[in-house]
Design a protein around this ligand. Structure first.
Ligand code: ZN
Ligand code: ZN
Ligand code: FE
Length: 751
């Protein structure tokens, strides 16, 4: 018996070779009909024998192309037409809400071609196909067709055109398809744009060998690149970039090389060699090869990625390890437009290896770490954005504006959450402009018209100011910072039930106007209650105390030792400390903080770390110094109040006794970490007694500390708790937007 079905397919089904896959499958089952891209996904009409149609339907999802993600296949019966052949129809135009694939690392087939002397793409740096290459960063609008990408200016040559139209070719409808005859060109130029003669790649490799700094145009922006084995080159890059201490990312040519430098688990290897090709934080092998010390000073982890474009592979030839850091000065956004890149990076780079395929949107490399048995995103960018996360159903489109630091935003439509790539810190005009522009692009691309805007309560956050500046027709919802962190964990799991949120971060704006960050919240999506928190301490000099942890040590020591500071303590502080403390006591620029991140800083500063060059540096160094020991953990005191008060004074007293007694940082770190873990367990047990809630959500930047996360989870699980933490979005403020969206969505449903 014959039947005709109208089939709708949803998911990541455009730009991934889905239509030719459907057509080949239809031919295999002798079906007639057609397939086309639509604004919502892919539409198919297929006609044939019932049994064959059933199998066809099944295979649509089970055999889908590598990069596709089929979320739903629905079908309905239609009148039989008895037509012949199976066609691929041109895309309809109009509004577009289709999903688009992230940028994808070069596939093995394409890589082989660039290494094959007989191929017309021998050594061609822009080789790609339906299974690989740039996507998100070159798309201007949808539906995804060449004309809507930054490839529109490159007319296909006859050979490429033939591939593009040949359904049996790997490059059938591959929009960025290109070859040396018709595609983008590579250039090597001095900072004044004057070209260098000779083979670009050969010269570029020679420059690297000579210790020079290259600006290299990649997928989502420019990288600054130098030989990671060359101490002088790395130091020079640091000085020119005004970036001190913060680790540089590395690119290594292959897995075998990575294993010579790092200790790599099977899971980690799978992660960095996937098509997403992110940076993965790996433990440096103390017995292995070592990169220049300046790559990651004071850090036992290395951020490593594999080459993900043919250009990278060609550049890596003969190299062991290259520094590959974002092409920017200090904390500005990564440069992605050629003019801007030359203007901003000319003072840093000795020459530019670039090309004429425009990058439409900037997108930093993603960063992950494997902790507590799971890969966890620390920065969500290339290879992940804009792949949506399944979300709660909502009647309205939602915009969640995110935080101030490590900003991302989130747009919700039809039960899907589209997270932006990492935008960065919104403290300067260029980043804010990039932020507003990117929200506009996302709204256009996915046809999202937010009726709700969620934002942080901090009046100084530019993201919150942006939300409040939206037209009056958009309903604004303020979401408390740590409530949003809690909700981000629930949202990843699409849960909405009461949990104990243990939210530890540097700071976020609290409901009482203080800076929170050592919080135990009892909450679900629509409400929360502050059940316990770390005792307040003044932050002398406000934000300055983040860069200068001695200020926190001063505050903690003064409160822990009311009898007065010893001479030895005073040696930790620069000469101006009495003035700083006087001002703090008068309440001048000394906001109260309960931030766990600050307490980590303060304990690290007991060892004389007066200043740091990036937020959390002292805490990271404290974590990495940790050496296992048998001495008991430090003790927090719990003071019966509402909310429960967690007193850190005994911890500071014990820690100082150890420091003064000559204990190593490793021992103090171990006792301190275990003290925090014991305290978290005790408080959770107490809250479970009071509330009968057994689900714990760990979120906030402090949980990026892998030791703390793993040991706390283990300790809580031993007590029978169900423990969740962030995986798909960062536990730091990069995950706030998802949580804000979840809260706004839940509150809207209640109204
Ligand atoms: Zn390919
Ligand atoms: Zn061509
Ligand atoms: Fe936070």
């Amino acid at each position: 018996m014959r039947k005709r079905l109208a089939i709708e397919i949803r998911g990541i089904v455009q730009g991934v070779g889905f239509r030719p896959f459907v057509r080949l499958l239809a031919e295999e089952f002798a079906l007639s009909g057609w397939v086309k891209n639509t604004a919502e996904g892919v539409s198919v009409e297929a006609e044939g024998e019932v049994a064959r149609l059933d199998e066809f339907l099944r295979r649509l999802s089970s055999r889908a192309p590598a990069l596709a993600r089929v979320d739903a296949v629905t079908s309905g019966e239609m009148p039989v037409l008895a037509g012949e052949g199976f066609l691929i129809l041109e895309s309809g135009s109009g509004s577009a809400a289709t999903l688009i694939a992230p940028d994808t690392a070069v596939c093995t087939d394409c890589l082989a071609e660039t290494r094959d002397e007989n191929s017309r793409r021998f050594r061609y740096p822009f080789t790609n196909c339906t299974n690989c290459g740039p996507r998100f960063t070159i798309v201007k609008s949808l539906p995804y067709d060449r004309a809507a990408t930054t490839m529109s200016g490159f007319a296909l040559c006859p050979d490429c055109e033939a591939e593009y139209h040949n359904m049996r070719d790997r490059r059938f409808h591959a929009q960025p398809n290109a070859c040396p005859l018709c595609g983008p060109c590579l250039f090597l130029s001095y900072p004044d744009k004057s070209p260098l003669a000779g083979d670009c790649l050969e010269s570029a490799r020679r420059f690297l060998a000579e210790g020079k700094i290259l600006a290299v145009k990649g997928i989502g922006g420019y990288h600054l690149v130098c030989d990671a084995m060359n101490e002088e080159a790395v130091a020079r890059l640091r000085a020119k970039k005004y970036r001190y201490d913060k680790p540089f990312a590395l690119m290594m040519p292959d897995v075998a090389t990575v294993r010579r430098f790092c200790l790599v688990s099977g899971e980690e290897e799978k992660l960095f060699s996937s098509w997403r090709a992110p940076i993965v934080l790996l433990r440096a092998d103390p017995q292995g090869r070592a990169v220049a010390a300046q790559v990651a000073p004071g850090n036992s982890r290395l951020g490593v990625m594999l080459p993900y474009t043919p250009l990278h592979h060609l550049l890596m030839q003969g190299q062991e390890a290259l520094v590959m850091t974002s092409g920017n000065v200090s904390d500005e956004p990564i440069a992605h437009e050629d003019g801007d890149a030359f203007a901003r990076l000319a003072a840093i780079a000795d020459c530019f290896l670039w090309h004429d395929r425009p990058i439409f949107r900037r997108c930093d490399d993603s960063v992950l770490v494997c902790a507590a048995g799971r890969p966890r995103l620390l920065r969500r960018g290339r290879g992940y954005a804009p792949e949506p996360l399944p979300f709660y159903s909502s009647d309205n489109d939602i915009l969640a504006c995110g935080g101030q630091q490590k900003n991302t935003f989130c747009l919700v439509k039809n039960g899907q959450a589209f997270l932006s790539q990492h935008i960065g810190d919104l403290h300067n005009t260029p980043t804010l402009e990039s932020y507003a522009a990117e929200i506009g692009h996302f709204e256009n691309m996915f046809d999202i018209k937010p009726a709700l805007a969620a934002h942080d309560l901090h009046p100084g956050y530019l993201s919150a100011q942006y939300a409040l500046s939206l037209p009056p027709g958009v309903v604004k919802t303020g979401v408390q910072h740590h409530h949003a962190h809690l909700a981000s964990v629930l949202a990843e799991n699409r849960l909405d039930e009461k949990c104990i949120g243990v939210i530890f971060d540097g700071s976020g704006f609290g409901a009482d106007g203080c800076l929170w960050g050592g919080e135990f919240l009892l909450g679900d999506l629509s409400s929360y209650q502050r059940m316990a928190h770390l005792g307040y301490a003044p932050m002398p000099g406000g934000e300055q105390a983040v860069r200068e942890p001695w200020r926190m040590a001063l505050a903690y020591l003064t409160e822990a030792f009311p009898e007065g500071l010893s001479p030895r303590m005073k040696m930790l502080f620069p000469a101006e400390w009495p003035l700083v403390w006087q001002a703090a006591q008068k309440g001048v620029n000394a906001p109260l903080t309960s931030g766990m991140g600050r307490l980590f800083d303060g304990v690290a500063a007991l060892f004389g770390k007066a200043a740091v060059n990036y937020e959390g540096q002292a805490a990271i160094e404290l974590e990495q110094a940790l050496t296992e020991c048998d001495l008991p953990p430090y003790n927090f005191a719990l003071i019966e109040k509402d909310p429960l008060l967690i007193d850190w004074r005994p911890v500071i007293k014990e820690a100082w006794r150890d420091v003064a007694g000559g204990q190593s940082m490793g021992v103090v770190s171990s006792r301190f970490h275990r003290g925090v873990i014991k305290m978290v367990t005790e408080v959770c047990l107490e809250l479970r007694r009071r509330t009968a809630v057994n689900l714990v959500a760990l979120s906030g930047g402090v949980w990026q500390n892998a030791y703390l996360l793993e040991q706390t989870m283990e300790s809580l699980q031993k007590e029978g708790f169900t423990v969740l933490s962030n995986e798909l979005v960062p536990a730091n403020d990069g995950g706030l937007a998802l949580g804000q969206a979840a809260v706004a969505c839940a509150l809207a449903k209640k109204r």
